[in-house]
Design a protein around this ligand. Sequence first.
Ligand code: CIR
Length: 260
Amino acid sequence: MLIAITRQVSPAMEHCELTHLTRQPIDIQLAKRQHRAYEEALEAVGCQVQRMPAASDLPDSVFVEDAAVVFEELAIITRPGAVSRRPETASVADALRPYRPLSMIDAPGTMDGGDVLKIGKNVYVGLSSRSNAQAIEQMQTVLSPFGYKVHSIEVKGFLHLKSAVTQLAENLLLINPAWVDAHLFGNMQVVEVDASEPYGANALWIGEGVIYPASFPRTWQRIDKALEKYHCQLFGVDVSELQKAEGAVTCCSLILRSLR
Ligand code: CIR
C-alpha cells in the first residue's frame, strides 16, 4: 500500500520563505481547495492520503517534502536550510515513525528534501542555498550500508534540485536543460521543458500516474506524448497559489510504501 503524507495549508502561508520569486498576495481559501484537489489526485494514482493538521505558526509547512527523505530502509529527517522551517520536522518525524526507523541530519548540516532526487540506488542531492556539503556527507554515511550512492549537484539560480529535474518513469527524466545537465544522471531518456516554461520541470511520478501542474501547457504536451509508451497517465492539478509560495507538486507530499 502506498501512503502519501500531506499537511494542510497553513493560514500563515502568505508569510512563506521566498528566494527567487516576488511576493504576491496568496488566496488561502483557493490554496486550500487546490491542495484538496492535489490530495484527490494522489488518491486517484493509488495513494492512501494521511493528512497532518495545519500549523498556523509554520507558513511553509504544507511543503512536507522538505522535512524528510524516505527510503525503503529508513527515513532521514532533514534540518531545513531556512531557519523558519526547522520547527516543521518534529511533527513530520512523528508521522513517519510508525513506518520507518528514523535518522536525523544534525548541525551544521542543512538539507531540504526538495534537493533530493532518488533514482534507484543513486541519490542526487542539490548543493544549494538550502542543502550543504555536511548534510550530504551525513546522508552518504547513513545510506552506505544499504548500497546507496549519494552524488552532489550544484544548484545555482533556482531553489531546489527538483525545481530543475524530476523523474517521469523508470528511465525517463523531466528536465530544464538551462539549469541542470541531463548527463549527470547516467543513461536516462529525457523530456526537456519548453523554454518558455522554466519552472515546469517538477512532476510527481507515482506508479502509473504523473501529477503535473496545468500551468505548463507546452511542457504538458511533451510529457503526454513521451508517456504514451509507458502506459502512464497524466493528472493535471492547478497549484497557482502554492506556486506563489515557490512550491510545486513534489513538495506537497511524502510518498512511501507501507511495509507494515
Ligand atoms: C521555501 O522557500 O522553503 C518554500 N516557500 C517553498 C518550498 C518548496 N519546496 C519544494 O519545492 N520542495
